[in-house]
Design a protein around this ligand. Structure first.
Ligand code: ADP
Length: 451
């Protein structure tokens, strides 16, 4: 096992990793920018190192500063959290070159899944069902129109290097294709430095369902069921739940086993998420995330397995926590991402938290790094915290979530709490009857009502 882990992140995920380390008896090093000197992860870690000024490129993405921090503190492993360097294959290689462990998958797998075209080809080869689309990238020499016609309109133009919903454009008809291609490609070039794009069939009303997997890097892998993340705004997840309200045990076992088998074949190491769109009873692979995800607590609440602890154990060469048969899905969990944003315009609202009262009680979990008097800096994401609620059934979970949301107080900054208080009372949400465009329609209808 590792002796000392440096956590190359901030906010709630840095705290989450810290908690896992403490339970495992591993010493912790926090790193922080000058803007985060008073952050909770810095206060709770055994040691801390300032790695640069506020902009992430100068601090949390500053690889030489992170290496120096490892050297100074004698850390033997680095946990990257999510975002920042978590899916940077080169960073994993650099750490290895310095005899440091990267707590994550093998660099070759991060690289493979980071290229969405290669990821899709790999998924197909491993027997995972994919969205119908172009065989690989669509370049200037290709007859994009012929390919699109073959797939059938509407089509979606997607960036190979895409992420966070950027570099994605829908072409509803033939007349829209050329503009969608150039817009997506330009956006991807600006955001990721790579303008390669590919085409996919645009699915009308799918759900976003993702499978959590865990591999030991030696050909052992299990799946831990699914999360339904269909409630999205601009392709960003807002509310996640598990199990999916529309999946039965047989369908779960089938897709879960397909994913676990693929991971065994790859000899995948660590936690990962295989993301699908699900429509008319069929799964279509869209991408794989090779890191711990924001919404991982949903799975922890219904399986009782601490994913970060297991991620650290397998990274250190340990075994999987149990066999597939020993994983039991218990009850239902929902996570709300409470952001410091205006709940209507979603404009970020950084600033000082004047009053903070997190909800409590049976089945209520808050993953957050804020406290009363904390100033949310304007430089990073606007997550105040994740409210995760567990119940024996989905009905009980919703009942508890309603109560917990009403109890939660965050004053001084605007938050998305009012949005969730509305959602948890919506008939479609209560019935579990929604898809990936539902939230956008709901928000647009609200705008019309209030204008
Ligand atoms: P990113 O890496 O930018 O997050 P993904 O491929 O994971 O991109 O897709 C993000 C979201 O975009 C999905 O959850 C879904 O809402 C939407 N999306 C992606 N592919 C399709 C598709 N073929 N048809 C309809 N919607 C899609």
């Amino acid at each position: 096992m590792f002796d000392k882990i440096l956590i190359a992140n901030r906010g709630e995920i840095a705290l989450r990793v810290l908690r896992a380390c403490k339970e495992l008896g591993i010493a912790t090093v926090a790193v922080h920018s000058t803007a985060d000197a008073n952050a909770m992860h810095v206060r709770l870690a055994d040691e801390s190192v300032c790695i640069g000024p506020p902009p992430a490129k100068d601090s949390y993405l500053n690889v030489p500063a992170l290496l120096a921090a490892c050297e100074i503190t004698g850390a033997d492993a680095v946990h990257p959290g999510y975002g920042f360097l978590s899916e940077n294959a080169r960073f994993a290689e650099i750490l290895a070159d310095h005899n440091l462990h990267f707590i994550g998958p093998k660099a070759e797998h991060i690289r493979l899944m980071g290229d969405k075209i290669e990821a899709k080809k790999t998924a197909q080869r491993l027997g995972i069902p994919v969205v119908p689309g172009s065989d690989g990238g669509v370049g200037p020499g290709d007859d994009a129109m012929a390919i699109a016609k073959k797939i059938g309109f509407p089509v979606l133009v997607k960036a190979a290097a895409g992420g966070g919903g950027r570099g994605m454009k829908v072409a509803p008809t033939e007349a829209d294709l050329l503009l969608a291609l150039s817009t997506a490609s330009n956006e991807a070039k600006a955001a990721f430095g790579d303008g390669s794009v590919y085409l996919e069939k645009y699915l009308g009303k799918p759900r976003h369902i993702e499978i959590q997997i865990l591999g030991d890097g030696r050909g052992g892998a299990i799946h831990l069921g699914e999360r339904d993340c269909s409630l999205q705004r601009r392709h960003q997840k807002v509310w996640e739940e598990g199990p999916s309200p529309i999946l039965n045990a047989a369908a779960r076992a089938k897709i879960g086993e397909t994913c676990a088998k693929a991971m065994r074949e790859m000899q995948y190491l660590g936690v990962g998420t295989i993301e699908f769109l699900y429509e008319d009873g069929e799964f279509y692979f869209i991408e794989m995330n090779t890191r711990i995800q924001v919404e991982h607590p949903v799975t922890e609440m219904i399986t009782g397995i601490d994913l970060v602890i297991e991620q650290i154990r397998v990274a250190a060469g340990g075994d999987l926590p149990c066999t597939q048969d020993e994983i039991v899905i218990n009850g239902h969990a929902i996570e709300c991402r409470v952001n410091a944003e205006n709940p209507v315009s979603f404009r970020p609202s950084p600033g000082k938290i004047l009053q903070y009262h997190p909800p409590g009680g049976l089945g209520v979990r808050i993953d957050s790094a804020v406290y009363q008097g904390y100033v949310i800096p304007p430089y990073y994401d606007s997550l105040v915290g994740k409210l995760i609620v567990h119940g024996k059934t989905r009905g009980e979970c919703l009942m508890r979530l309603r109560r917990a949301l009403d109890e939660m107080v965050v004053d001084g900054v605007e938050t998305t709490l009012p949005l969730f208080r509305g959602l948890v009372r919506e008939p479609s949400i209560i019935d579990g009857d929604y898809h990936i465009h539902w939230l956008e329609h709901y928000l647009a209808a609200g705008d019309t009502k209030s204008s």
